[in-house]
Design a protein around this ligand. Sequence first.
Ligand code: UTP
Length: 409
Amino acid sequence: MNLEDAKKKLEQYGQMHVLKYYDELTDSEKKELLAQIEDTDFAVTENCKNLGKGGERGKFAPLAAMQVDEIDRRRDELFSIGKKALKEGRVAACLLAGGMGTRLGSDDPKGMYNIGLTKPVYIFQRLIENLMDTVKSADNTYIRLFIMTSEKNNDATIAFLKEKNFFGYPGDKVTFFKQDMAPASDYEGRVYMESKSRISTSPNGNAGWYASMLRAGLRDIILKEGIEWIDIFAVDNVLQRIADPCFVGATLSAGVSCGAKVVRKNAPDEKVGVMCLEDGKPSIVEYYELSQQMMDARDENGDPAYNYGVILNYLFNEKALFEISQKTLPLHVVEKKIPYIDENANLIKPDKPNGCKFEQLVLDMIHELPSCLPYEVVREHEFAPIKNREGVDSVESARDLCRLNGIEL
Ligand code: UTP
């Protein structure tokens, strides 16, 4: 894009301040900034006026989960269906590692965080060890592992995993791709600048993975290798079971387009999103959207009807995702701390939120699909998220849960 076109685009969206330092930039910085202006979708910043306003929701109804006792009863049958699919190469895994991990407060990618006490135990290492359990249960079938990074952490993630030899996973089974970015703005929708030549950006949310995968041309691999199912999982749950045969078998045998791992809530008002139906389609109701009536509602066994929280581990049918890939998912506006340069071009790292980021969320992706099976897992065995340094969902709580599961740290 040339300077004239860049000016036109910026004027259209009221973002002319982006060029404030243009004349001072080197030729290569000028080129980079013009390219970034060309790539940036400034229209998203208009959504900042929706900060704090939940979108319109439909009519909620409960969605029954496959519970642990049923899974235990059918374990052999589910295991053999899943194992067969794994051995046939029809299942891949996709690690969502594009997030910024701001709450953990480390400058490195979250997966590089070492939770070990007597020896190094990196988060990435824990995840690969868990994936190896799946490999072993499918007679040493290594499944394709996609890893989504972002522009901010891609090089560090790849360098680290290569240096560690992928913790024993074969490198030719690992495929990286970068998540798309969205601009970050102040509360009026003016984009922040993170340097004189760069607009502040952040990854575009945990639903950005499939569109980013398509843009990276990875559907070729999916089709060539006959991958039909993709298990996506968060980087920060160190007890994560990945594409485990029973989960795969349960989702396939239910004939649904998606399986969702869920845990039984530990209190009616626990702060987790709950699987449900919304206008007859699978959806997730956020904890703050649960009315008292929904919290009190009971199923036919007398158990709470909205009782299963999601843990960001989903098995998606790839064809079903491809079919909905043309749909535009809603944008969620989140208030965050955004580093920026002030009027004297000094970089400021705010200690309080100062603006908006724009994200697409996986819950909206699920809502586009015709069906979903919530699959119950035991919290103490499969859910140890690391979001914070201390307290709830922290390095400390995850270490306790690792010890409980016999994992040496
Ligand atoms: P979180 O919602 O915890 O966000 O991500 P985060 O960015 O990692 O951490 P905070 O909120 O800044 O502290 C849940 C999972 O989704 C991935 C994260 O890497 C993590 O595995 N994610 C999130 C992405 O891959 N891309 C995103 O844009 C957001």
